[in-house]
Design a protein around this ligand. Structure first.
Ligand code: SF4
Length: 807
């Protein structure tokens, strides 16, 4: 990235406190007086080796889990992050990434001031500007890009001419408030690149994406979830800390020999994308051998007889599944029998990550039904819905824009019977289909013009399959505004860059965390925002103060109802309904206070500031048993069951057969189709991606502390295949598919089969402004094809075949 000021000058005042190995980087002025700490929550004052320190309770943002942390602050500098034992979700755990969160704050490459583009799109040439100049550029553009006012005027106040998209985060809600008030119908979030089919599959089948009570389960099938490396709290802790000792069995189903596989009682390598066949065969055994909980099924299932008939008539036997999955029939028989012997204290782990394959929605339905056959729903040791503590409401603003077009989806004019009526997928969910949307935009298949976009804490250049197309989309947009902490690959395509404060510099919306031991937690500001960065609430306040009135003038020009209302009352009264500044008039701290105080009183507000965590009776219930054991709720107060052991669907039944799905062209029951078979043409390999325990996708790619643990990603190639191709450890490999190429080093291993290759997602950024992440390995989304899962339009991440060659 180039900025008008020289890089050296630009970094002046940087608090570069990172430690790379044993080399401390230069510290310009750790005690800079520009970082006074008023308004920062303080809990405890302790003595440390270096002097007085305060401790502030906060929540980690190094991944999506939001573990509770306590930041130690000495003279305005965060010197250590420790786990906060009081949060039931993270149970006194802070993983390596959480510990390295300090570097997110002190990363010298951080975005430090607002910038506007002065070079070609994607070139990374920016000019440092004031916040006012940045807001002005968004509203009125520059000689390089079109402003919002011109776009809205030319589109006759169609607010949907702007797309809003966001990654996961506690402040996503604040940004979404801006989107709602602005009045666009085009919202895309991370769901279709992540959990969409899992949540929806479980949602329609048992009424919710339930958690697994791994602490009490006796038998666990973990398929496609690598909890030892893709950390999710409290599951990761419960599974490795609390199962083995008491004899619980862990069965790992994965095409790769992962660290989870290494820790399990049995690992079964499965062909990618064939888990549905495995579950159908388990179901076949349980039904034909009548191992299921008959009473539970009779009382709590809808459509069981039809499903039973389908499973039997289709002959989904273990022998049938063996040919598809590569898992031996005898293992399938044994797992089915063992699972039911332990049910209801048996869990088919729902998984928590991207959509793997085109049959993912049906896979999750089949898993949820199988779980129900043992009665392990809403019960101790099974899948649990848990309780969610209430929070007060914060009033938003959702004015009606007469001329805002409906969501940009492509409808088919005369759909055949049994077709959803949409071109990309059967159901258009709240988070949309990112790939579908992008591709329609590029192919001019939009029902109206979308010309600008706002991107919050999101890096589609790294996170969405077919990177080349994402670059084209960003190039084609006339106005791209990004709000981020780091100069990511997506930021390089921005017209206006708004630097957000990191999670240690802001208070985020208070959040309720449901579960067996529910609680409310708050990310408290630890230190004041550095440089010219701001929390998103303040960014939204400044932006809306700038744009609200001018764009209301455009609404007035085109909206006849508004014109009539002004004639009937007054302009000031009508404007009040369209005043975009309203949702952002109070600070986040104030909003949080109201949301908590209105339900739990003043004490709860204080507790959240001091401890970061609150739940009713916490002072009575919470006990530290030992350093690593804590009681949050007494056993009899835990919410193992909140629905009388029943599913949470509308009918309180496990929905095996949903005829309504067939009206959208979706199988009403999970069945296997020929097209789901695992096939890899000769000379090609199925590309698998995954996570690493010391690295969270592209979000932590520039973290110098974590880079010490994993500097770059390597491609796993089956050792025999590698030998045949004379590929040795560390050789540079080019991986190519129909959509692109990437390069990374080889890791020959027996841990992956001969027709698959694997590498960790999130590496290989191309933003030169990222000192450590720049080209640090291969980017999976440069080669993953944009294959759309047919039900919710999610990205099917494991359907791409690639070629490899030594270079
Ligand atoms: S799992 Fe690790 S990175 Fe994620 S929130 Fe918890 S401590 Fe932070």
């Amino acid at each position: 990235m180039q900025v008008e000021v020289s890089r050296r000058k630009f970094l002046q005042g940087t608090v570069a406190m990172s430690v790379v190995g044993s080399t401390a980087l230069s510290v310009t002025n750790l005690l800079g007086n520009e970082h006074e700490s008023h308004g920062v929550a303080k809990s405890v004052t302790t003595k440390t080796g270096t002097g007085e320190a305060t401790e502030v309770a906060t929540l980690c943002e190094m991944c999506v889990n939001k573990c509770a942390a306590i930041a130690r602050v000495e003279n305005g500098v965060v010197t250590k992050l420790n786990p906060n034992p009081m949060f039931p979700k993270s149970k006194n755990m802070l993983c390596p990434r959480g510990n390295a969160g300090i570097q997110a704050l002190y990363d010298p490459d951080r975005l430090k001031s607002p910038m506007i583009r002065i070079g070609k799109k994607g070139e990374g040439k920016f000019k440092k500007v004031t916040w006012e100049e940045a807001y002005e550029a968004i509203l009125n553009g520059t000689d390089k890009f079109t402003g919002m006012a011109k776009i809205l005027d030319e589109e006759k106040d169609n607010r949907s001419a702007f797309l809003f998209c966001a990654g996961e985060g506690m402040a996503e809600h604040t940004f979404k408030t801006f989107y709602s008030a602005f009045g666009s119908s085009n919202w895309l979030n991370h769901a279709s690149l992540c959990l969409q089919t899992v949540i929806s599959g479980y949602g329609v089948t048992i009424g919710g994406y339930a958690s697994a009570d791994l602490e009490n389960a006796e038998y666990i099938i973990m398929a496609g979830a690598n909890r030892a490396e893709a950390i999710v709290t409290p599951d990761t802790m419960d599974i490795f800390k609390r199962t083995k000792g008491r004899g619980a069995k862990l069965i790992c189903i994965d095409p790769r020999f992962t660290n989870t596989a290494a820790k399990s009682d049995k690992w079964l390598a499965i062909n990618p994308g064939t888990d549905l066949a495995f579950v159908l065969a388990l179901t076949y055994v349980v039904i034909t051998e009548e191992l299921y909980n008959k009473e539970y099924v009779a009382e709590n299932f809808n459509g069981f007889e039809e499903y039973k008939k389908s499973v039997i008539d289709n002959k989904y036997t273990p022998e049938w599944a063996e040919k598809i999955t590569a898992i031996k029939a005898k293992d399938i028989y044994k797992i089915a029998r063992d699972f039911m012997a332990h049910a209801p204290k048996a869990v088919y782990y729902p998984g928590r990550r991207s959509t793997f394959s085109n049959n993912d929605f049906q896979l999750r339905r089949a898993m949820a039904i199988f779980q129900g056959l043992g009665g392990g729903i809403d019960t101790k040791g099974g899948l649990v819905f848990g309780k969610k503590l209430k929070l007060g409401k914060h009033a938003g603003l959702e004015p009606l824009y007469e001329r805002a077009e409906a969501r940009a989806v492509e409808k088919i004019k005369h759909p055949e019977k049994g077709h959803s009526g949409y071109s990309d997928c059967a159901v258009v969910s709240g988070g949309g289909s990112w790939i579908g949307w992008r591709n329609r935009f590029l192919e001019d298949r939009m029902p109206y013009k979308v010309r600008g976009m706002f991107v919050y804490k999101h890096n589609p250049m790294m996170n969405m399959p077919n990177r080349a197309k994402t670059a084209k989309m960003l190039e084609k947009m006339e106005l791209v505004v990004t709000i981020d902490t780091m100069p990511s690959d997506t930021v390089m395509y921005a017209d206006v860059v708004l630097p957000e404060a990191t999670y240690l510099e802001r208070t985020d919306p208070v959040k309720t965390f449901g579960g067996i031991e529910p609680s409310i937690a708050q990310r408290n500001k630890v230190v004041e925002p550095m440089f010219e960065t701001k929390p998103v609430m303040a960014i939204m306040k400044g932006l809306t103060e700038k744009i609200s009135k001018p764009i209301f003038e455009i609404t007035k020009k085109y909206d006849e109802d508004v014109q009539d209302e002004i004639t009937d009352s007054s302009e000031a009264e009508v404007y009040a309904e369209f005043d975009l500044t309203k949702p952002f008039e109070h600070s986040q701290e104030k909003v949080n206070e109201e949301m908590v105080k209105s339900v739990y009183g003043e004490e709860a507000v204080k507790t959240l500031k001091e401890h970061g965590v609150f739940y009713p009776n916490m002072e009575k219930y919470y006990t530290s048993i030992s350093v690593n054991e804590h009681q949050y709720y007494p056993e009899k107060e835990k919410y193992y069951s909140v629905n009388g052991g029943k599913p949470k669907t509308k009918n309180k039944k496990v929905e095996c057969n949903i005829p309504n799905l067939s009206t959208k062209g979706v199988d009403p029951m999970p069945i296997w189709r020929e097209s789901y078979n695992f096939k890899v043409p000769d000379g090609k390999f199925r590309l698998l991606t995954g996570r690493h325990a010391q690295f969270t996708q592209s979000g932590t790619s520039n973290n110098a502390m974590l880079r010490d643990l994993i500097m770059e990603n390597y491609i796993w190639i089956n050792r025999r295949v590698a030998n045949k191709k004379s590929i040795k450890f560390g050789d540079m490999i080019e991986v190519s598919s129909r959509v692109g190429k990437t390069r990374l080093k080889a890791y020959p291993t027996e841990k992956v089969g001969p027709n698959t290759v694997f590498f960790v997602h999130g590496f290989g950024e191309e933003s030169e402004a990222l000192t450590w992440a720049y080209k640090n390995g291969g980017n999976d989304n440069a080669v993953i094809e944009d294959i759309i899962e047919p039900v919710y339009g999610a990205a099917s991440m494991h359907e791409t075949n690639v070629e490899i060659r030594k270079v």
